[in-house]
Write a protein that binds this ligand. Structure first.
Ligand SMILES: [Zn+2]
Length: 75
């Protein structure tokens, strides 16, 4: 039956704020620390769950490296 097909599997919706998990740069302590914060902020089961904060952290993780992936030195 067509109805059974349309009701088939579960639909997993992705949160637009957290659909693209940040990728911590290997050997970068800043990334590691930010990623740990992101994990808590992005996990609905976490007491620190805050999608807006998770998005901010993801942006911060991307921004503190330049396009080559090198760590930006803050002057
Ligand atoms: Zn980093």
């Amino acid at each position: 039956m067509a109805l059974e097909k349309t009701l088939g599997g579960p639909v997993n919706l992705t949160d637009p704020l957290t659909a693209d998990p940040p990728k911590p740069h290997p050997k970068c302590g800043v990334c590691a620390a930010l990623y740990e914060q992101w994990r808590h902020a992005a996990a609905p089961s976490s007491t620190a769950y805050d999608p807006s904060k998770a998005s901010d952290i993801a942006v911060e993780m991307k921004r503190h490296h330049d396009n080559s992936g090198a760590v930006k030195v803050q002057s």
